[in-house]
Design a protein around this ligand. Structure first.
Ligand code: KIV
Ligand code: ZN
Length: 515
């Protein structure tokens, strides 16, 4: 009989630790809601003691997102655990996730603690957490490089203190699949009480083995897998959850396991995470990459047309990628537009629908055929949570090989139109400088990237960029247009709007606390 594997999503905690990723509380909530829809079992919402922003985001998710466990991370210090509980206590199913490193290298250089001290800290932390909630997860950081005998002692102590989930991380992505499977088997054989708890793994991808190691562990009895959507996370990232889930599903003949994930929500979740984090998905990424179901070679195309399974081991519809070739165009009306969006799973308010429809009509003037990917790009842009302080009214760019690139930009701020012109090293630089002149800000463009949403010369270009004003907080902006300079201007304005929103909320909070 097939057994359940629990899916623990850490996109909002470990995933958010990816360099350059910084999500605000509203964005985190949007992702958490989608993760709940996806059907993951646990959402690790953040690390409450790490910052006030993280605390508030965990609390908001705990309060708003139902039908799923919400976890918060804590080191073993009581202040960490108390703070985690403060954020989590409003959750329907709260979980405190406490951790301490167990490898000698971490004990010696990072913690400067003896093995006995680590044992004691693990025991006390689990007991403290257990005083708050019945659902306590204990992680032995850098477990895969730890002395097995000592690790087993720590795990035993954590279980005796009340841990209900034991997590064995390959923190630095050092393990190889066979070795990791043997390691997990040895823990199962060597720890008293292990059969009473959920045995979890948390693998990093430094050697590109995170998914393989997770699956190897499942094969020998691990029944929770931790990972992140699109595999984002510290350094090379975490195990990509969509890959783990689809491997377990596609090869259920082999693994004989199941998850409760609604696979049809995978693609939408992946896009949302990519859009909000600004972490672009590589085209050849398994399951959710643009090319994951594209067939280039004539022989392959011929095979797929005759029988899909000749070259497709998964049906794209299973992961929520629409198979429809239905194309909308200039003459399509609001009804057809709304219907297609509903078929794609988007439910918009009347106001959002009206705005998206105007965008659709504008696009149809420039692009003959509007595909599902175009529609997704339009709708996702309209569904953003950030208030639009500025929007692009018009732009004029002069650029070439023998002139100084210059941009004239008109932005709307409410009813007011504000214009400025500026030069730059290139047209994008000139656009950013002109926007900065209008807004009075001085932002640094950290990176800029473009992806074609569809193919062809009239394809929509999707620009994703990152900016900072203080060198610390990073804001992701996204803009779409058939004109890549217009897409760049929109993306830059979008990032500036996020920054201004953050500043305004911070000011509001400070005013509130000084009253
Ligand atoms: O990689 C790791 O060890 C972690 C733990 C905190 C679970 O992220
Ligand atoms: Zn990790």
């Amino acid at each position: 009989m097939s057994e359940r594997v629990y899916i623990f999503d850490t996109t909002l905690r470990d995933g958010e630790q990816s360099p350059g990723v910084s999500l605000n509380a509203g964005e985190k909530l949007q992702i958490a809601r989608q993760l709940a829809k996806l059907g993951v079992d646990v959402i690790e919402a953040g690390f409450p003691i790490s910052s006030q922003g993280d605390f508030e985001a965990v609390q908001m998710i705990a309060r708003e997102v139902k039908g799923v466990s919400v976890a918060g991370l804590a080191r073993t210090s009581f202040s960490d655990i108390d703070r985690a509980w403060e954020a989590l206590k409003v959750a329907e199913q709260p979980r405190i996730h406490t951790f301490i490193a167990t490898s000698d290298i971490h004990l010696q250089y990072k913690l400067r603690m003896s093995r006995e001290q680590v044992l004691e800290a693990a025991r006390d932390a689990v007991k403290r957490a257990k005083g708050y909630t019945s659902d306590v997860e204990f992680s032995a950081e850098d477990a895969s490089r730890s002395d097995l005998e000592f690790l087993c002692r720590v795990v035993e102590v954590a279980i005796a203190a009340g841990a209900t989930v034991i997590n064995i991380p390959d923190t630095v992505g050092y393990a190889s699949p066979d070795e990791f499977a043997r390691f997990i088997s040895a823990i199962r054989a060597g720890v008293k009480g292990i059969e009473k708890v959920v045995l979890s793994v948390h693998c990093h991808d430094d050697l590109g083995l995170a998914v393989a190691n997770s699956l190897a562990a499942v094969n020998v009895g691990a029944n929770q897998v931790e990972g992140a959507i699109n595999g984002i996370g510290e350094r090379a990232g975490n195990a990509s959850l969509e890959e783990v889930v689809m491997a377990l599903y596609t090869r259920r003949d082999l693994y004989k396991k199941y998850t409760n994930v609604k696979t049809e929500e995978i693609y939408r979740t992946s896009r949302l995470v990519s859009t909000l984090t600004g972490m672009v998905i590589q085209s050849n990424k398994a399951v959710v990459g643009k090319n994951a179901f594209a067939h280039e070679a004539g022989i392959h195309q011929d095979g797929v047309l005759k029988e899909r399974t000749t070259y497709e081991i998964m049906n794209p519809v299973m992961v929520g990628i629409s198979h429809s070739n239905l194309v909308l165009g200039k003459s399509s009306g609001r009804h057809a537009f709304r219907n297609r969006l509903e078929e794609l799973g988007y439910v918009l308010s009347d106001e959002e629908l009206q705005k998206a429809f105007v965008r659709f009509k504008n696009l149809a003037d420039r692009k003959k055929e509007i595909t599902d990917h175009d529609l997704e790009a339009i709708v996702e842009e309209e569904m953003r949570l950030v208030p639009t302080t500025y929007s692009l009214a018009y732009m004029h760019i002069s650029s070439g090989t023998t002139i100084v690139p210059t941009a004239t930009i008109g932005l709307l701020k409410g009813e007011e139109k504000l214009d400025e012109a500026a030069c730059g090293n290139g047209p994008v630089d000139a656009i950013c400088n002109a926007v900065d002149k209008v807004t009075g800000m001085n932002c640094t463009l950290l990176n800029w990237g473009i992806q074609a949403v569809t193919s062809g010369k009239d394809a929509i270009g999707e620009v994703t960029l990152k900016i900072t004003a203080d060198g610390d907080q990073v804001y992701v902006g996204r803009g779409i247009s058939t004109d890549i300079l217009e897409a760049s201007a929109k993306a830059y304005v979008n990032a500036v709007n996020k920054l201004l929103w953050d500043v305004a909320r911070e000011a509001e909070k400070n005013n509130g606390s000084s009253k």
